[in-house]
Design a protein around this ligand. Structure first.
Ligand code: TPP
Length: 446
């Protein structure tokens, strides 16, 4: 009872304040605080509206019956598709009508990524590099989205977006140099494999802790907006990373600060061994967009044209209207999570085979090209041979290349080396001299 009378006292004093404000013309406080609030007070000063104040945190009707909102109010968000599994355009008005040259480039980048993955995966298995992550099955999400961006748009990746960087022109030699941590690695050999980055290509260096890129992307997009730079930011992440608190922070900041940002979720079914039915309860990631006040769409990530159309339109509007967009691309991770994972422990071979053989982004695009006589069996054979040769040559060059100068371990953090770092450096050299046989310094740049 005491609580109820307290509540009515609080509400009573609020209504008193509203009445007073309505009686005055419009107080300065009201003008400053809420346009909607002062408009209601001014336009509808009758008793019924005074009894139904507009709370500052929501615009809604009042109801007089108790009902919880069902989670399935936002469920079954449709999957936008342009091509069917046979590569046939479903609705001609959605055909992006890309030139033959562009489509062939899509196909060649998707398959080159596949070939690079195969060689580097094997290379890890043979102990030549320490770690690797393949992109099998997600090639459509990479190439379709990358092609829809402008080169000066800024990319924040998670780690499984090598195709985006490849589309932007990162050479095979640079991919290999990073994985081999050799002297040509832009990261100076300091990161584990697949942590690529390129300032020239506006691709922010990958960092392993999940979802850190999401609030960073929001901050970068806010800066870009303030510069009025006619650029967008795209931020890739998996549906697993979307469970991190950082994802919420990034979504909410970018929506409230109205940032030109495209959130691109690759929903590939698994976060290592955690399947989506253990990852979340709502309708995937797209369903969260409206909760943040973001325009959202779910697309077929194995349909490179659907990904392209959705990203292109999101990019156009993000820049023109300064607001974030959320794209959830449904796809499937065909490979193991990484070389540290064996996915046969948590999913069936039949399941993987379905996506590999029946619904693959590369075969779908190939059907499209074949139907237009843009690609033949001979072209395929020739391209496979040529791309494998190119990848192998880059791989051999990377393997032969020296490792970075050891001293680089201690640079780039402080302008002047700190005493602590200096001591570590001396200790390192003492150790290396003492155990010379384990440290083949001739393999390192001087
Ligand atoms: C903060 C944090 N927690 C856990 C991990 C370990 N980890 C690395 S990848 C990964 C799964 C991420 O899955 P998802 O975001 O769906 O991306 P996918 O690997 O499927 O592309 C986990 C749990 C991490 N790197 N960082």
């Amino acid at each position: 009872m005491a609580a109820v009378s307290n509540m009515s006292r609080i509400y009573g004093s609020c209504f008193h304040a509203v009445r007073q404000a309505a009686g005055l013309k419009t107080s300065r406080l009201l003008q400053r605080r809420s346009f909607r609030f002062s408009a209601v007070v001014q336009q509808q000063p009758d008793d019924s509206s005074l009894d139904k104040p507009q709370f500052p945190g929501a615009s809604a009707e009042y109801v007089d019956h108790l009902e919880f909102i069902q989670p399935n109010v936002i469920s079954g968000i449709p999957v936008y598709r342009v091509m069917d599994r046979q590569g046939k355009i479903i609705n001609p008005s959605e055909d992006p009508q890309l030139s033959k040259e562009t489509v062939l480039n899509f196909y060649q980048k998707m398959t080159l990524l596949n070939t690079m993955d195969r060689i580097l995966y094997e290379s890890q298995r043979q102990g030549r590099i320490s770690f690797y992550m393949t992109n099998y099955g997600e090639e459509g999400t990479h190439i379709g989205s990358a092609a829809a961006l402008e080169p000066n748009d800024l990319v924040f990746g998670q780690y499984r977006e090598a195709g985006v960087l490849m589309y932007r022109g990162f050479p095979l030699d640079r991919f290999m140099a990073q994985c081999y941590a050799n002297a040509d690695d832009l990261g100076k050999g300091r990161q584990m494999p697949v942590h690529y980055g390129s300032k020239d290509l506006n691709f922010v260096t990958i960092s392993s802790p999940l979802a850190t890129q999401i609030p960073q992307a929001a901050g970068a997009a806010y800066a870009i907006k303030r510069e009025n730079a006619n650029r967008a930011v795209i931020c890739y992440f998996g549906e697993g990373a979307a469970s991190e608190g950082d994802a919420h922070a990034g979504f909410n900041f970018s929506a409230t600060l109205e940032c030109p940002l495209i959130f691109f979720c690759r929903n590939n079914g698994y976060a290592i061994s955690t399947p989506t039915n253990e990852q979340y309860r709502g309708d995937g990631i797209a369903a969260r967009g409206p909760g943040y006040g973001m325009l959202s769409i779910r697309v077929d990530g194995n349909d490179v044209f659907a990904v392209y159309n959705a990203t292109k339109e999101a990019r156009r509007r993000a820049v023109a209207e300064n607001q974030p967009f959320l794209i959830e691309a449904m796809t499937y991770r065909i490979g193991h999570h990484s070389t540290s994972d064996d996915s046969s422990a948590y999913r069936s071979v039949d399941e993987v085979n379905y996506w590999d053989k029946q619904d693959h982004p590369i075969s779908r695009l190939r059907h499209y090209m074949t139907a237009r006589s843009w690609w033949s069996e001979d072209d395929e054979r020739g391209w496979r041979k040529q791309s494998r040769k190119t990848v192998m040559e880059a791989f051999e060059r990377a393997e032969r290349r020296l490792k970075p100068n050891v001293e680089l371990m201690f640079t780039d953090v402080y302008h002047e080396m700190t005493p602590g770092l200096s001591k570590q450096r001396e200790a390192m050299w003492r150790h290396v001299q003492q155990y010379k046989e384990h440290y083949p310094l001739d393999l390192y740049e001087k």
